[in-house]
Design a protein around this ligand. Structure first.
Ligand code: FEO
Length: 394
């Protein structure tokens, strides 16, 4: 898109990536994404906040040309990941007077990754400011949002927070501001689950750090901006601080129907006990939807058949992912089947050391489930419902 004015002298100059469907060759992007960059003109100096993913660098450079920008004094790098910093060499070449402004740790990472000359950098400490004349940029160090070098930039006079990935969402849209609240909530929650949730405790501290700033607009570097920022701040507080809900998530695979039959029985029994259940057949599910469901789940029940004595590889992948993104679940169990022998429980249990969960007695059966097996599943459902009640989960 061409440059768009947020207010006098402040422009969106980044790129919308409508067609991207995978990030990091891992994360599904059903709604595309954007790499937002912002140009701020002060009475004396001009700053660019973030750049764009390298394949879209021409969009950024053309937008700066269209605005007639001949000189940039500061290019602010809130974060070293290439989707925001990858055009650093092109931007610094086009604007030779520009200083790359970032945290000391970000400087090292940008030099390592992009081989930029050290004398192009100006590092900033936490709460340090740079004056653009009639406008002031304040830098707020925010480590582990979601890399160790990250910072946020606050434009004081205009009360705009530029937090890069923080509060972002992978959405390609022509809306400058969030207008489709439902789409934004799901996309932001997906973003939280996949990117931010592993650092939930550090993010709690960073949320606390910005609580006294007056913020009229949040301008993240993915997705639309927030002109009603309390919506996303409240959502982050809920995801970061609140207890999980009275929710069970069941990711599973079934090869010949036994595990599917067990899952169906458990889902039915739990839901009759007032527990919300979300089941995901890992053969067909969007792994991002599973990640979203893990944000609020109190219990994870993994369903697997036995393949070569262990869990099905798709189940192992989901367990590995759940372990990596560190949801706040309190309980876990395993259900499934085998033909002649299995070590699926031992192998899966060893794959989730990051989950601080109480393991509830697994239900592993030989062949197709019979009456005694359904009773064992009922007992598991009783235990889950009782544990949720005891923990006061709603
Ligand atoms: Fe959008 Fe961590 O990069």
């Amino acid at each position: 898109m061409k440059p768009r004015e947020i207010k006098k002298g402040i422009y969106c100059v980044g790129a919308i990536d409508w067609d991207r469907r995978l990030f990091d060759s891992l994360i599904p992007l059903p709604d595309g994404t954007s790499y937002n960059a912002y140009l701020i003109k002060g009475s004396k100096k001009t700053a660019l906040i973030d750049t764009v993913d390298p394949p879209m660098k021409d969009v950024l450079l053309d937008n700066l040309d269209q605005l007639g920008i001949k000189r940039i004094d500061y290019v602010i790098f809130n974060h070293a990941e290439p989707d925001h910093s990858g055009s650093i060499r092109e931007v610094l070449t086009k604007y030779p007077e520009a200083k790359a402004v970032c945290t000391p740790r970000c400087k090292d990472m940008l030099i390592d990754r992009f081989l930029v000359a050290e004398d192009r950098f100006q590092t900033v400490e936490d709460k340090e400011t740079i004056s653009l004349g009639n406008r002031t940029l304040e830098f707020i160090h925010a480590p582990w949002v979601h890399w160790p070098e990250t910072m946020l930039t606050y434009l004081r006079e205009d009360k705009i927070l530029f937090p890069c990935d923080f509060f972002g969402s992978h959405i390609a849209t022509t809306d400058m501001y969030v207008r489709d609240i439902g789409q934004e909530y799901e996309a932001a929650k997906r973003y939280w689950a996949e990117i931010m949730m592993p650092f939930r405790l550090q993010i709690q501290k960073n949320l606390d750090k910005i609580k006294d700033y007056k913020i009229d607009i949040i301008a993240p570097s993915h997705g639309p901006m927030h002109d009603k920022p309390q919506f996303i701040i409240d959502a982050y507080h809920m995801w970061a601080f609140d207890e999980p809900g009275n929710i069970v998530v069941i990711p599973y695979i079934s090869m010949h129907g036994s595990t599917r039959c067990m899952v169906a029985h458990l889902v039915e029994t739990l839901s009759r006990k007032g527990v919300t259940v979300k089941q995901f057949d890992l053969a067909v599910s969007d792994i991002g939807k599973l990640a979203i469901s893990l944000v609020d789940a109190a219990t994870i029940v993994i369903g697997t058949p036995t393949v070569l004595t262990g869990p099905h590889p798709n189940v192992a992948y989901a367990a590995f992912l759940a372990n990596a993104i560190k949801p706040k679940a309190k309980f876990a169990s395993i259900i499934g089947s085998y033909g002649w022998g299995t070590k699926a429980v031992e192998q899966l249990a060893a794959m989730i050391p990051n989950l601080k969960v109480e393991i509830l007695t697994p239900v592993i059966i030989k062949g197709y489930p019979e009456e005694a097996d359904f009773q064992a599943l009922d007992k598991l459902a009783d235990t889950i419902a009782a544990k949720h009640k005891e923990a006061g989960l709603k």
